[in-house]
Design a protein around this ligand. Sequence first.
Ligand SMILES: [Mg+2]
Length: 327
Amino acid sequence: VVAAASLGEFERIARYFAPLAAPGGLGLLDDVALIDGPPGQQYVLKTDAIVEGVHFFAGDPAGQVAQKLLRVNLSDLAAKGAVPVGYLLVTALPATRDERWLEAFAAGLAADQAAYGIGLLGGDSTATSGPVTLSITALGRIAAGRAVLRSGARPGDRVFVSGTLGDAALGLAALKGELGRLDAASRAFLVARYRLPQPRLALGQRLVGLARAMMDVSDGLAGDLGHLCKASGVGASIEAARLPLSPAARAAIAAEPPRLMAALAGGDDYELLFAAPPEAESALAALARDAGVPLTMIGQIEGGSGVRVLDERGAAMSLAVTGYRHF
Ligand SMILES: [Mg+2]
């Protein structure tokens, strides 16, 4: 008998859970589930769990842990163009967590509820002898049939990404003491990008009708684009030189060039990754200016399957790591 944990996440889902999926589960191949709401509306559902020692450090500020937990769920709603409505919360806490920790955790949620205009709908709370384990199920809404799924990309579409890539993975490396030679301001920026993702909700809503397929970058660009391509039945090529980098990431990569892998395969950026037809380019440029968030064309959708990453000379790079590995 093989240990359940030794099956990869996607293999485990495909073998045991995808056969259980309802029609609205989209084959468990998308970021969310869609179910019919009031006339003309659909509900968008997303759930995500995080575990101490796997997704966050035991010493991380509780308020930021709460905000990251909520925001990674909101990011998936953003990637469909949905408007968040509320969320359910499950906490499993060991006796080592006191009321001060809970107070800070709840304060983090309160701040984000105000920021995103949502509220807690319910949940459950239990004790555990294991590490802190937290789960949120987020509920959103969207006009029926308008959600931007992963499955709509077509050959000839351009591949775009919002914001900058690699910051969060570099921030995690900094927290683990692996990044050398970096100024304090750059380090603080990268760590904040790791701890406090910014779900692109407003941007995602405005990409409805422009993007043909969309998802968020949570596990790393190359792997996530691979999932989008698989759902769409297409391939893609991206140019490494086009990857949008923050000044801090640029500095970290200049000091240690192999750190470019953070932008290609590092997790936790929670930017939007989408495919759009060439004729959408001027509308996208206007949207980026208007929203104050860069939208960068990084490659294109092709026939076939799989993701090729090209270097400056157009040669295919081999990726040692194509998806996020938890610390
Ligand atoms: Mg996602």
